[in-house]
Design a binder for this molecule. Structure first.
Ligand code: TRP
Length: 355
């Protein structure tokens, strides 16, 4: 049987380079190379609201922004169903049944939730919807009989939770039927792509930390951000030996640079190893490395930027596409919901017919 692929993002801001290497690149590869049955990308607006209840406008506006980001990177709407979570009501009905299969203690132990609770600073005012979003995420995945979930490392606990729910569901209701199979995550190939650092040297690029290079940033902004990126604070003169570890510019080169870029932009070197060796020895200035990185990133981002301008001219047809796709997704989810109810023996209509 061919794979069913599903993944998603919360629409809380424009996508940045961290998203590109951490998820978009992987999705493009699957879209173009995998012989799948169905491929869904879900815009998780309802999940975004679990910590943005007072910020509906932001979430709403970012639905279109994120969709434009996908399309401008080359996600092909003829191959991939991009839909909006809140427009598929079955997901929330499925969530209700799953919530009974998970304990509060288990949710509190979820490493991603723990980390996010710390960052969000909810203290004792954790929204119940936030604590339980991993269950809703399991519903997103299972509603479509998904077999593959391309994600970053931070989402692994969600897939684990999903797999536990499958076990619990099958254990309790299995005598009647086996509704769900176990979905598997797919991580990006390179380690560095799982967590791209911010331009300021912080461990993770993120919109909220203000240290991201966005896919929609203009040429000048991208260059400015690169030229002021964190490198090695002890690398003061060109002749000083420099450190690669913790150096953001080299982290980005690890993620984006290919040998062909040297031929094109920096022919004195053959590959990244040679460049690193020179930097560590001393005699290679930050500016030269940064300009090289700028060339590589502009080459990647220019066509994305141009496609975005094109797409922005016809926002209406993008909305139409999203709503059409959401309807199709809803029909699929309905099939699963019916199978679940049958397995659970939750069929009141049959009861009525008997009487
Ligand atoms: N939690 C994901 C994020 O933070 C978004 C998401 C929601 C998702 N549902 C999903 C990802 C299902 C993969 C599969 O971006």
């Amino acid at each position: 049987m061919k794979d069913i692929v599903l993944t998603g993002d919360r629409p809380t801001g424009n996508l940045h380079l961290g998203h590109f290497v951490g998820s978009i690149a992987n999705r493009l590869k699957l879209q173009n190379e995998l012989d799948y049955d169905k491929f869904y990308i879900m815009i998780a607006d309802t999940q975004a609201l679990t910590d943005n209840a007072n910020n509906v406008e932001k979430v709403k506006n970012n639905i279109i922004q994120v969709t434009i980001d996908y399309l401008s990177c080359g996600i092909d709407p003829r191959k991939v169903n991009i839909f909006i979570q809140s427009q598929v009501p079955q997901l929330f009905e499925i969530t209700s049944y799953f919530l009974n299969l998970v304990t509060v203690a288990r949710l509190q132990r979820n490493p991603t939730i723990k980390e996010e609770l710390k960052v969000r600073g909810f203290n004792n005012a954790i929204p119940a919807g936030f604590l339980t979003y991993p269950v809703s995420q399991a519903a997103d995945i299972l509603a479509f009989q998904t077999t593959l979930v391309p994600v970053g490392e931070d989402q692994l606990p969600m897939i684990e939770q999903t797999r536990e729910i499958v076990h619990a569901f099958n254990n309790i209701y299995q005598p009647k039927s086996q509704v769900f199979s176990l979905p598997k995550p797919i991580l990006p190939e390179k380690k560095i792509c799982e967590r791209l650092p911010g331009v300021d040297g912080k461990v993770k690029m993120s919109k909220s930390a203000g240290n991201a290079i966005n896919l929609c940033d203009d040429e000048k902004t991208v260059k400015q951000k690169i030229m002021s990126a964190y490198t090695d604070p002890d690398h003061i003169r060109v002749s000083d030996p420099g450190k690669i570890q913790g150096n953001v510019v080299f982290a980005y080169l690890d993620a984006f640079c290919q040998d062909k870029h040297f031929k094109k932009y920096l022919p004195d070197y053959e590959n990244l190893d040679q460049l690193k060796q020179h930097y560590e020895k001393g005699g290679l200035g930050d500016v030269k490395v940064k300009l090289f990185l700028n060339d590589i990133l502009q080459e990647l981002l220019t066509p994305i930027r141009e496609k975005r301008l094109q797409l922005e001219k016809d926002i209406d047809s993008i909305y139409e596409m999203l709503f059409e796709n959401s309807k199709k997704a809803s029909l699929e989810a309905q099939k699963t919901l019916q199978q679940m109810k049958d397995a659970m023996g939750l069929n009141y209509k049959k009861l009525l017919e008997k009487h």
